[in-house]
Design a protein around this ligand. Structure first.
Ligand code: NDP
Ligand code: MG
Length: 406
């Protein structure tokens, strides 16, 4: 019997419903902490390009104008800004919308725990990310982790917790994403070392005398990457590379003596893994954070992405150097903090966060950043296995030590 128009109409509707349901089932719901920052805004660009990503929660600090636009565009159910006052102002501005607004740490934690979200993108800067990251893991959310300070200070809590909850910690930091990509299909037990590449920052090749005179504007000019202010300064001091060594130690469970920093000024090789047979796997690409962010969101898929490609004819050559740890003592101190373990990385990180903020406010010179870190590390009595409360207490103690002097 032939099909009538009604039959055909019904089967069309059924097919549409089938695909609609598939789409609903395959939509990945994400929440972002730090949506107005460098990583946050690039994550939202990826959401724009991929209709099967949906934003259900957003949090930011104080950039209310941009945040309002983001909430209007992505229509999350729950949002947060740092202060009560900013949230009040946001509520007035968004009076025509249905959206829940919760300020401060309560907001960050509620967003981290949102029932409908599958992945939390931690694009917030600093140790403030610790509690929300733990909250999300406890609710079985996968973590797309940009917020390295959290892993540096609480890696000994976060990694075992994630393992016990069956949660994936997917690296967003470009070096760690490169290592993760270079480990696909390989036997982890055959890793002989991780090679973390570093651009060397804007002051590569300078002497200590030359560094005495550098200004904030010089330090903010990164040669290859466009990032938030804090990490840009961390790249100029090489502290960022030190934090990344600690981050790699936790993410990949590799001992410090098997992690090597290699200066590679062109930032085309994003990091490498050497295996037992001497073979080295590397991930290359243009310096663009959107690739590692997207890889973390769709892993193990590689979604198409527009943008400039590496042109080896144009590039000509790539070069490598040993890091100068006598001039950039921030990296040497990071290695010392990592080797010390316990609460030492927290002191290193908290002292750096405070010193960078003083430098950004023109209160101290560039070379005072590592000096302050060293002063705090020397004054600290190490705690062997700090819990979250102890980590946050050490952070406060370190801030207070610095506040007494500056
Ligand atoms: P930005 O400074 O650009 O952004 C930080 C974000 O955190 C902003 O949205 C800011 O909000 C928000 N924020 C700051 N304080 C608070 C707070 N108390 N409560 C809520 N939100 C807050 O940083 P980046 O994007 O550069 O870096 C984010 C993290 O990713 C860092 O840990 C960094 O080390 C890491 N990372 C960054 C890379 C990059 O390319 N940028 C590369 C690799 C890692 P607002 O601006 O509204 O105040
Ligand atoms: Mg990095």
């Amino acid at each position: 019997m032939g099909k009538t128009d009604t039959d055909r109409g019904q089967s069309k509707e059924k097919a549409w419903l089938f695909f609609y349901k598939m789409e609903v089932d395959f939509v990945k719901k994400i929440a972002i902490l730090g949506s107005t920052g460098s990583i946050g805004t690039q994550t939202l660009e990826i959401v724009r390009d991929n209709p099967d990503l949906q934003v259900v929660g957003l949090a930011a600090g104080s950039n209310i104008d941009l945040f309002e636009k983001q909430v209007r565009e992505f229509k999350p159910r729950l949002v947060s800004l740092k202060s009560e006052a900013a949230c009040k102002e946001l509520r007035t501005r968004l009076a025509d919308m249905t959206v829940e607004i919760v300020p401060g740490m309560d907001g960050l934690i509620q967003i981290a725990e949102m029932e409908e979200s599958q992945v939390l993108v931690t694009a917030i800067v600093g140790m403030i990310g610790i509690r929300p990251t733990i909250a999300a893991i406890n609710k079985h959310k996968d973590i797309a982790l940009a917020n390295k300070e959290t892993l540096v200070t609480a890696g000994h809590i976060i990694m075992p917790l994630a393992a016990s909850m069956g949660v994936s910690i997917l690296p967003v930091d470009s070096e760690h994403s490169a290592i993760f990509q270079s480990m696909q299909g390989e036997n982890k037990d055959r890793i002989s070392k991780l090679l973390i590449t570093a651009s060397g920052g804007p002051f590569r090749g300078r002497t200590r005398e030359e560094l005495e005179k550098v200004q904030l504007e010089d330090a903010l000019k990164h040669p290859n990457w466009s990032m938030g202010h804090k990490i840009t300064i961390d790249s100029a001091t090489l502290v960022n590379k030190g934090l990344e060594v600690m981050e790699a130690k936790w993410l990949f469970q590799v001992d410090l003596d098997r992690i090597q920093v290699v200066v590679h000024p062109q930032s085309i090789i994003h990091s490498m893994v050497e295996y037992a047979d001497g073979g080295i796997m590397a991930q290359l690409g243009m310096p663009d954070m959107k690739l590692p962010i997207q890889y973390a969101l769709f892993y193990p898929d590689r979604r198409p992405m527009a943008g400039k490609r590496v042109d080896f004819y144009e590039l000509g050559s790539i070069t490598f150097e040993k890091p100068d740890m006598e001039t950039f003592i921030g990296l040497k101190l990071a290695m010392k903090a990592a080797a010390g373990g316990g609460s030492m990385p927290t002191v290193f990180n908290a002292a750096n966060e405070k010193a960078v903020s003083l430098f950004l406010n023109r209160k101290i010179s560039f070379l005072q950043i590592p000096e302050i870190i060293e002063m705090c590390m020397e004054a600290h009595q190490k705690i062997a296995n700090p819990d979250v409360d102890a980590i946050l207490a050490v952070e406060q103690e370190t801030y207070e030590r610095i506040n007494m002097k500056f």
